[in-house]
Design a protein around this ligand. Sequence first.
Ligand code: GMT
Length: 382
Amino acid sequence: MKIGITCYPSMGGSGIIATELGIKLAERGHDIHFITSNIPFRIRKPLPNITFHQVEVNQYAVFQYPPYDITLSTKIAEVINEYDLDLLHMHYAVPHAVCGILAKHMSNKDIKIMTTLHGTDITVLGYDHSLKNAIKFGIEGSDIVTSVSQSLAEQTYDIIETDKRIVPIYNFVREKEFPVKPDQPTQDDDRLKSCYGIKPDEKVLIHVSNFRAVKRIDTIIDTFAKVHQALPSKLILLGDGPELMDMKKKARDLGIEDAVLFLGKQNWVSEFYQISDLVLLLSEKESFGLTLLEAMKSGVVPIGSSAGGIKEVIKHDETGFIVDVGDSTQASEYAIQLLTDIKLYKNIQQNMLKDVSARFSSDLIADQYEYYYKKMLEGNND
Ligand code: GMT
């Protein structure tokens, strides 16, 4: 199939899933056309079957804001016609689903459109009355709509008030990008640890995000403070965003600034999972939690909050633990249990690795997308 993909090409989860899916489908022989404002950051080398089309966003004196949506739609229409695309896969409801519909009208083709909802496009933007109708239009004008969890599908029905069928298809990771960490640390792991002042006997907790308030990094730091009191440990925080400075201050106020490593944005998160024991994602809104899955695939045991789709990713007491949003006491108790009871840790880790390959493998998820692509092309959107 000839597939056009539009997403935000930066480091957010939606862009990562769109890119990884494009790579996976290209490996399966499909012709993939990324139509984005920049080369998606996970594309690190030339890959067969993948073409990148850059959307230009020009600034003219008459425009107060550069018209990204219009130039994107124009570019998509050009690519549809020039490459005779079969379908568009738009990631994020606004503006991308809406741009897909506009591009279809601009092109000469009755092209099929799949839209994937990722989370904040519904759970944050859906509450903005200046966007809600555009989101609804994008959803209802798409042939097939998918969401990254059952929870997000349900929230979409509630918030957007649409009857459109929404098919949950989970996030996935391409397995070779996130190898399972060995039982004993390698020399590279020791080097990475010592480079950040982590001692061999210290346990490592990790959190990766864009440091927005919804990620509740305050709860993560509170959790870690209790763990750190009980055993030698470090907390690695990867990412950057609006909460960063407040969280640094919080770590200072709690007197644990030497144990909390704020390492900023990193391209190679997989190397940090190799040296981590636990991953924490304690958000108050989270449609899926791709960083959890990446860590779990690497063998890092998760503690998550009960928000959104996290409960679909972690099976409580089987593949990790779930706590209420804001409950740092319960989270720290689970963390200490896992880090001090090797038998429990190994048991959960084994269940988790099996579950990750059974429910979130790249082949399984790519099969699901391909199945719905074929249905769309056959004109069957049910
Ligand atoms: O988590 C973020 O803020 C980034 C965001 C995005 O839009 O790129 O991630 C969303 O999409 C990911 C991929 O489907 C999901 O795994 C994340 O859970 C989701 N984030 C939220 O719902 C907050």
